[in-house]
Write a protein that binds this ligand. Structure first.
Ligand code: FAD
Length: 319
């Protein structure tokens, strides 16, 4: 038997790692929406997240506004962007151009997604990529060609994972096989689709680990404060919201009461995921900060001390 290595016995490597924190934003659709988004961005920035993700329309429908928002995040804030990128309906060359553009503005994290199929049920455009897995391989190819430019930080590639079966998938077991295939193609981490039942994340994690998935699987949690949003998300993602929560939210006498119920339910969901071993938390903000910050406040996550140092550095810059 070999003796324990110097690394294994180092006291600083014992104990739990800090919990990762990130938020999802979407590119604004109007000047008024942009103004309120920037208020949200400043509020979220004060919590010093590890990154903020920026969504991307299927078929690149909002490429311009997505890249513009990412560019401003890089130029005007301390936030690190994680750029979502979808491959449905786009060719390898079109996507390689977008990947190059993202790397040029300083992006070092890409969430590689397929995107939802067009609703008209038409065939995908000739030469377009089929699965997220193809996009991961393309990102790695572009990265390899630029490896000399990336000596101070390679590209982290994330993928989607599903605590409740993906609507097109035959089974949850198939979803895990796809996740494993995405890991083998070069994914570094996964963020989950929304889920509404406390046991769903734990089940995904244990199925994935048994199948050989070793990458971090970060639960994506939305503030459960709006009946309208929960119902809409349920329809869009095929994930059924808990009927008892919908009933309690709908029966609330005031907005404040509804908010209290929703925030408490979100905190329970997040705590269940953390108890199951979640290495971080990704909050779907819908470009609003109030509920996300309330949830965060109640969770009191163990976070790196970097925030204090960075705020002090910012104050110094401003003075
Ligand atoms: P894939 O992993 O390619 O899976 C798609 C389907 O194909 C699944 O049913 C899967 O089981 C099956 N499949 C995959 N690979 C294979 C294979 N090799 N053989 C057989 N079957 C296979 N959508 C957007 O449009 N913009 C966004 O910004 C966006 N952000 C998202 C962020 C997160 C965290 C999540 C969870 C989802 C996001 N989505 C976004 C939605 C996502 O695009 C949809 O869920 C889409 O339907 C599937 O994307 P995927 O990357 O999981 O695709």
């Amino acid at each position: 038997m070999s003796p324990p290595s110097l690394i294994d016995s180092h006291p600083n490597l014992a104990g739990a790692a800090p919990v990762a924190l990130s938020y999802e934003l979407f590119p604004p659709k109007s000047p008024a929406a942009a103004e309120s988004l920037w208020t949200t961005i400043r509020e979220l920035e004060s919590t010093d997240p590890d990154y903020v993700s920026v969504t991307y329309g299927a078929s690149g429908s909002n490429r311009g506004t997505a890249v513009e928002l990412i560019n401003r995040l890089v130029q005007e804030t301390t936030l690190r962007p994680l750029a979502h990128l979808t491959c449905v309906g786009s060719t390898a060359q079109e996507l390689a151009d977008v990947i190059g553009e993202l790397l040029d503005v300083g992006v070092r994290g890409i969430l590689a997604l397929r995107g939802d199929q067009p609703k008209d049920g038409g065939l995908p455009a000739e030469g377009s990529l089929r699965y997220a897995q193809d996009l991961i391989e393309l990102i790695r190819r572009v990265e390899q060609r630029r490896s000399a430019l990336l000596c101070a930080g390679k590209v982290a590639v994330g993928v989607a994972a599903y605590p409740a079966r993906h609507p097109e998938s035959p089974s949850e077991a198939h979803d895990v096989e796809v996740l494993l295939a995405k890991q083998r193609s070069g994914a570094d981490f996964a963020i989950t689709q929304v889920f509404f039942h406390t046991e769903q994340y734990a089940r995904l994690l244990s199925r994935a680990r048994r199948a050989g998935v070793t990458i971090p699987i970060i639960p994506g949690v939305m503030p459960l404060t709006s009946v309208r949003r929960l119902t809409r998300l349920g329809e869009l993602t095929g994930v059924e919201p808990a009927p008892e929560l919908i009933e309690r939210l709908a029966a609330a006498a005031t907005d404040a009461e509804r908010n209290r119920i929703g925030v408490a339910a979100t905190v329970d969901l997040a705590n269940a995921a953390l108890d199951a071993g979640a290495p971080g938390l990704h909050l779907y903000t819908f470009n609003e900060h109030a509920s996300a910050l309330e949830v965060l406040d109640k969770l009191a996550l163990p976070r790196p001390r970097r925030g204090i140092q960075r705020s002090a550095a910012r104050r110094q810059l401003a003075s």
